[in-house]
Design a protein around this ligand. Structure first.
Ligand code: 13P
Length: 253
């Protein structure tokens, strides 16, 4: 079974000083919660500062995006090698980037491979829109995003990755998927990850649910068999709420 895993995606929130303040509140709130990997993903500009706040703790840091190329003329972009100095994880293929910035599976796949090559752990995000769900296509869409995002990634590298299922209709809406709905998709994702790698490898890949996770609904989500953790947006900006979510997954059977 995959080790429980919670990640906080701060998105485009917090100034540098706010980020440091939040990191200082998170450090004591998250320490002592054993048995769950805890990852904080602040904006690029605060990565180094937040990382420094967590030195000597087992709280990890991640970026929210990176470019697939190692360096060069890509104004405004950040390469994996730059991130490697300050963090261990990188969120890739988030639906906000897919939807608002037009990122497609090919580009996301290139980023996933670049991240793994440099030694960063990708948190690959997949998830359907409301229209796709209502048309009965949620499973096909998610399978396609997994196949696209993990194309030409070795079984061993898939085993070093994290997958987050974030239905677009549940993000920031206060309307989380029901635990049953989330489990149904997680089962499908586990199966697809196994098909792309190996059944034993897939069993150890943390599968996260994201979309309106909060301190109240985390416990029942954590009860679901294939739901190893959460990728948390809004509630990760409050130290106590994020710690409560981490605790809910730490005690998962
Ligand atoms: P919310 O938890 O705010 O719904 O955001 C989820 C998300 O997109 C995390 O990446």
């Amino acid at each position: 079974m995959a080790k429980p895993f919670v990640a906080g995606n701060w998105k485009m929130n917090t100034s540098i000083s706010e980020a440091i303040k939040l990191a200082r509140a998170l450090r004591p709130a998250l320490s002592g919660i054993d048995g769950v990997t805890r990852v904080i993903c602040p904006p690029f500009i605060s990565l180094a500062g937040v990382s420094a706040e967590f030195v000597g703790s087992d709280i990890k840091v991640g970026a929210q995006n990176m470019h697939s190329e190692p360096k060069g003329a890509f104004t405004g972009e950040i390469a994996g090698a730059m991130l490697k100095d300050v963090c261990d994880y990188v969120i890739l293929g988030h639906s906000e980037r897919r939807q608002l910035l037009g990122e497609q599976d090919d580009f996301i796949n290139a980023k996933v491979r670049a991240a793994l090559e440099i030694g960063l752990t990708p948190i690959l995000c997949v998830g359907e829109t409301l229209d796709q769900r209502e048309a009965g296509n949620a499973g096909t869409v998610v399978e396609g995003q997994l196949q696209g995002g993990l194309r030409d990634v070795s079984a061993e590298d898939i085993g070093r990755s994290v997958v987050a299922y974030e239905p677009v209709w549940a993000i920031g809406t206060g309307r989380a998927a029901t635990p049953e709905m989330a489990q149904e998709m997680m089962g499908l994702i586990r199966y697809e990850v196994a098909r792309l790698s190996h059944i034993e490898i897939a069993g150890n890949v943390p599968l996260l649910y994201g979309g309106s996770v909060n301190a109240e609904n985390a416990a029942e989500l954590a009860e679901q068999r294939d739901l190893d953790g959460a990728l948390v947006g809004g509630a990760s900006l409050k130290a106590d709420d994020f710690a409560a979510i981490a605790k809910a997954f730490a005690t998962r059977a």
